[in-house]
Ligand binder design. Structure first.
Ligand SMILES: Nc1ncnc2c1ncn2[C@@H]1O[C@H](COP(=O)(O)OP(=O)(O)OP(=O)(O)O)[C@@H](O)[C@H]1O
Ligand SMILES: [Mg+2]
Length: 362
């Protein structure tokens, strides 16, 4: 079962994260239980090419992908990419236990009971969760459905860029790969056995993903339509600057002195919108899962680098915020990849690295 009908499989692949702000590619080579960084590159996308997971300008995206691969002289053609937005739905469900063969046969019918998309308009995939020995008569799984017409648009762009769509997963699932493969001790919970739940908040340019990992699998996922673009737009509107000027001021606001106080005020004000929505999402999750215990919010995504936002999130949710460094657990040649560059870019690369880490099991 796979979200791609023409599954091809590959031992070497490129993780391609198609963001609304930046295209990112990463290639990892598995080495024993860890990875070596083979290639890494980013390219800014013109505003409006991709918005909240939807490809609005396929031609511009195709050109950008070609440019990125040509610039880095990437020979590998197999691509792992992630999907998100309104055309993608994932749900954790419980059903009577059955064999995997029966499940394969019935998954489309089962999915259509839970997912409000006509069965012939979606591709369906699922992930089994570990069996609870006290409830062996039922099985838990995460079902994912992606609209076929949406998939068609992205795969057509990738093929037009002379690449081969090979693995497709949800952004939440790509993030779960990143945590499972790059920070396995976090998932296994050190000496105390398996850590039950991990709360992730991935804040990009146009979207924020709130994801709960249950023993390493994304079982709960909410998208909040807010990202760094909203903060830059607000700076641009209030101070009558163009978008790039507003972006530059936002990004340098926590590094440089002499930043107008108005910038901090706008960042704080717009961040408050996200903090409130994250807190509401968290409350919904806790209400649905009263036994869940969370103490940390694991941050990633470009916008999570804003210190004022980190503070606001901690205050509003009562959780401490933390940001892991993916390149602490990946080997790389420091003559090719400068450590400061990797440290700076690390938070933006969780999805690309999560996708690239799939080459381990292919
Ligand atoms: N150092 C920084 N400080 C503040 N914001 C930053 C910094 N670096 C990047 N950003 C912001 O992060 C956003 C881009 O992050 P990211 O690459 O994770 O988004 P994306 O994947 O392109 O978007 P999306 O996932 O929402 O489609 C932009 O809004 C950018 O301005
Ligand atoms: Mg993104």
């Amino acid at each position: 079962m796979s979200l791609l009908s023409k599954w091809v499989g590959a031992s070497s692949l490129v993780g391609l994260d198609i963001g609304s702000h930046t295209l990112k590619l990463a290639q990892l080579r598995p080495k024993k239980s860890s990875f070596i960084l083979e290639s890494l590159a980013t390219l800014g996308l013109p505003r409006g090419t991709v918005v909240e997971g939807d490809v609005l300008d396929p031609l511009t995206l195709e050109e950008a992908i070609k440019e990125l691969f040509a610039k880095e002289k990437i020979q590998t053609k197999s691509i792992a990419f992630a999907v998100c937005g309104s055309s993608v739905i994932s749900k954790k469900i419980s059903i009577p236990a059955m064999s995997e063969m029966e499940l394969e046969d019935q998954i489309s019918v089962i999915a259509s009971q839970y997912i409000p998309i006509p069965a012939d308009e979606m591709n369906v995939d699922y992930q089994l969760l570990p069996v609870n020995p006290n409830e062996a008569q039922k099985m838990d799984l995460v079902v994912t459905a992606v609209k076929k017409d949406f998939l068609e648009i992205i795969t057509t762009v990738i093929e037009a860029a002379d690449l081969k769509p090979t693995i497709i997963e949800t952004t939440a699932s790509a993030l779960s790969n990143a945590y499972r493969n790059l920070f396995p001790s976090l998932i296994q919970g050190g000496q105390g056995g398996q850590e039950e739940l991990l709360a992730l908040l991935h804040i990009g340019g146009s979207l924020t993903h709130f994801v709960i990992l249950e023993k390493g699998t994304a079982t709960y996922h909410t998208e909040i339509p807010f990202g760094g673009h909203h903060i830059s737009d607000e700076i641009s509107n209030e101070l009558h600057l163009n978008f790039s000027e507003a972006e530059a001021l936002k990004i340098s606001s926590h590094k440089e002195k002499n930043i107008p106080e108005a910038i901090h005020t706008i960042i704080e004000k717009t961040s408050h919108t996200l903090c409130t929505q994250v807190q509401e999402t968290l409350t919904t999750f806790i209400n649905q899962n009263p036994k869940a215990r969370l103490d940390k919010l694991h941050l990633s995504g470009g916008t999570s680098k804003i210190a004022l936002l980190q503070e606001g999130l901690a205050q509003k949710t009562g959780l401490s915020t933390t940001m892991l460094k993916p390149f602490d657990s990946i080997s790389y040649n420091a003559k090719v990849f400068a450590p400061t560059f990797l440290e700076d870019l690390g938070p933006l690369l969780f999805v690309a690295l999560g996708l690239a880490s799939r080459s381990k099991t292919s």
